[in-house]
Design a binder for this molecule. Sequence first.
Ligand code: M6R
Length: 611
Amino acid sequence: MCGIVGAIAQRPVTEILLEGLRRLEYRGYDSAGVAVLSAENAIQRTRALGKVAALSEKLAAEPIIGMTGIAHTRWATHGEPAERNAHPHMSKDRVAIVHNGIIENHEALRQELIAEGFVFESETDTEVIAHLIEHNRAKGLGLEDAVRATVDHLGGAYALAVVSNDEPDTLIVARHGSPLVLGLGLGENFIGSDVQALLPVTSRFIYLENGDFALVKRDSITIFDANNEQVEREVKESTAGMCSASLGEYRHFMHKEIFEQPQSVQLTLEGRLGNDEFIPCIIGDNVQETLARVEEIQIIACGTSYHAGLIAKYWLEEMTDLPCNVEVASEYRYRRTPKRNKVLFLTLSQSGETADTLAALDKVQTEKSMLATMTICNVAESSLIRESDFSLMTIAGPEIGVASTKAFTTQLVALQIFIGLLLQAKGNHPEKVKYLVNHLKQLPLLLEQVLDKDAAIETMSEAFIEKHNALFLGRGAQYPVAMEGALKLKEISYIHAEAYPAGELKHGPLALVDNEMPIIAVAPNTPLLEKLKSNLEEVRSRGGVLYIFADEEVSIREDEHIHTITIPKVPEILAPIVYTIPLQLLSYYTAVLKGTDVDKPRNLAKSVTVE
Ligand code: M6R
């Protein structure tokens, strides 16, 4: 988490830095700050608690001007959100640094530096880096060597950028674990946590690799690898384009993104469907041969992407007969896992930068324990896409709201495409491939139809604003849909919510049910519907108030405590995708009525680049 941007130019950089921070705010928005070298080479620093807008206001009131600078937007890990903990951190007015990641040995370093007479102003792990650089300089090292000596002592993950009044014409950067890109201009160069930050100023980028250390000047960039060898890294032209970050007629990005789903699903399908088959080359060369050898799938993801994986397990095992395991990346990465050379390792991620997911991929690549690695991801230039053997893009477009919506439904579509390609590669079930292709073609229209329920769901949400808890129920592939519904409600309305497979209620959670507990159920017309209805009766007879999203052709008993919104009939294979939409809308409207910050909920960030 946290976003870094930096510039060394022949023009004032403060506005470039601020625009970069606005574009990185999805990474964290607890506080923000900039440090810019003045014409006299003094470090001028401004920091503000809260979002980048607060920093902008401060800078408008008291501008700082200079042609070299660094900036940061923070997601707090060590030390509460407060101005004193905001980056850049400085040492003795001579060094300023910004940092993304976590320095695991910061406590020991802090004690050593205090013993040397350094005074700490913050509770952050980052401040030790600034003081350690200054400490090394005081021993007589030049800035470059002082930074090198410092990073040699850092444990954990970091991307960092350093400016100093000692060498005003150089930005020094280092990457170990957390991503960092260099943006190339004419007579000016830039640094950023990702390309989005720098798209207004350049489209040419160098992606630093783990262990890289670079000296960035106005007219040159020198990169050293982990072995301290000078290296050339490939310059890539970005295809990301300017991100369409305008709200248009919508009040929140989340609302806009919910309504974009028919279109983003359509775009994810485009060019991937033939008449009765899927088009294989979209994943990469020779993918057919690899998929033909796959005997098991291991899915790894976090949060909403993990829920997409859980749904895919139902589909994969039903359609392909191949076993599928799904696990959250933060657990998998630290577990001892057996070598399985017929297993495809599949990561799911909107951002492609989630630290735990990347670490899990790194683990299986280092151990060479899987047949191949593949990712389903929404960001073309992301680390996951670059580091996986194969990739299948979701074409959701930029997702700005922290709560993931269109990224999730497009992941589910991509997973169905993947299943179709797997079946094709195995060559034994053309009828199943045809079934998938034909149903996917209906999906955008079905999503339009379910979005027509918007007003009814808005009215339903009024019942939730005073609630402190909620239970979500589903059966079969609708159980992870319920999990995703509960996560959305927690995330943006701050109502505690849990999901259960409905058959599990009587094994404990039924004790929670009374007339204060709203119970939300997803009830498409599947072979498990009658079982679900019996579970709902168990809830109703204990005083629970039910909010049910049910197939229009299904009869659900009505009374004043059973509130039903009907959903157009959908084929079973599409039900998890279609029934996700009403749960997204329910959370959205509940959050709006509660007055929370829907697009930037408290304590969260869009891209989780620390573990
Ligand atoms: O970018 P990723 O899909 O890897 O992110 C994973 C989670 O951090 C993410 O899905 C998170 O749970 C969302 N905020 C949920 O809405």
